[in-house]
Design a protein around this ligand. Structure first.
Ligand SMILES: O=C(O)CCC(=O)C(=O)O
Length: 253
């Protein structure tokens, strides 16, 4: 873990010209083909050991997700919600689209305005992540906050050796909001802050459609009860979201 954080600190100390030479890959090229791993363990997505370890952790999370949604329709609760096989998500994430990002929040004078960020400097405004989930490593400075169901901002205090896992919009959509997207933001605490988010998405061609509908028998569903045109692939969803974001930026400038 610390190696990745050190890499972030080293990277942001480089001069601008050197940093600008680092090119982003296309989303589709960020797949990590773990079934055909011919590059020494880091996967085709690169990022070396740290990314490979995060993908291993992601597999565990995917299995836990499947397990948690593996409701037994004949069980005491009568099922309810989605019903999927335990390996539902893991089997659709064999070549996941992943992005490892290094972030630096330079210090700001204004800090959080004394009101927890409502009027002061936000390092990163309130948002939800687009994808399935994000495994986030933050340094000890703090400032990350998540919004609870009551609308209150709660500090996600840095705990040594821990990750924050944020549920993304794709998982929320897929699970019919059984897992709700995590609304989060970063308020400035004054010092330099570094974080390393790892955005995890399933295979580019995984079809994402609300599970409850998919779990129903055809006869219960009605002839065309999808409402979402049969679902979109993960890549289509991400492209739509990125295109939406970039359109907005262009209109502002
Ligand atoms: O830096 C952080 O702690 C959060 C980063 C974040 O929210 C994001 O990159 O989407």
């Amino acid at each position: 873990m610390e190696g990745a954080m050190d890499a972030a600190r080293r990277f942001f100390r480089l001069d601008l010209e050197t940093k600008m030479r680092v090119r982003r890959r296309k989303m589709r090229d960020e797949c990590d083909d773990r079934d055909n791993d011919d590059d020494g363990g880091g996967g085709k997505g690169g990022g070396g050991g740290y990314q490979a370890e995060l993908i291993e952790l992601s597999d565990k999370l995917l299995l836990a997700l499947g397990r948690s949604l593996n409701h037994d329709p004949n069980g005491p609760s009568g099922g309810g919600g989605a019903a999927v096989a335990e390996d539902y998500f893991v089997s659709r994430s064999r070549k996941p689209m992943c992005t490892l990002r290094l972030l630096h929040y330079p210090p700001v004078d204004d800090c959080d305005g004394g009101d927890g960020g409502a009027s002061g400097s936000l390092g990163c405004g309130a948002h939800t992540d687009y994808g399935l989930f994000t495994i986030l490593q933050q340094d000890s400075i703090g400032g990350l906050q998540v919004r609870n169901r009551g609308g209150r901002w709660i500090d996600a205090k840095p705990l040594k050796g821990s990750f924050v896992i944020n549920v993304g919009d794709m998982l929320s959509r897929w699970t019919n909001s059984e897992y709700a997207s995590t609304v989060h933001r970063v308020v400035s605490r004054g010092g330099d802050r570094y974080s390393v988010p790892f955005f995890f998405n399933p295979d580019f061609d995984a079809v994402v459609k609300p599970l409850r509908k998919e779990g129903l028998e055809e006869s219960e569903r009605g002839p065309d009860d999808d409402g979402d045109g049969g679902g979109q692939t993960a890549l289509e969803i991400l492209k739509d979201r990125y295109n939406g974001t970039f359109t907005k930026i262009e209109m502002k400038s």
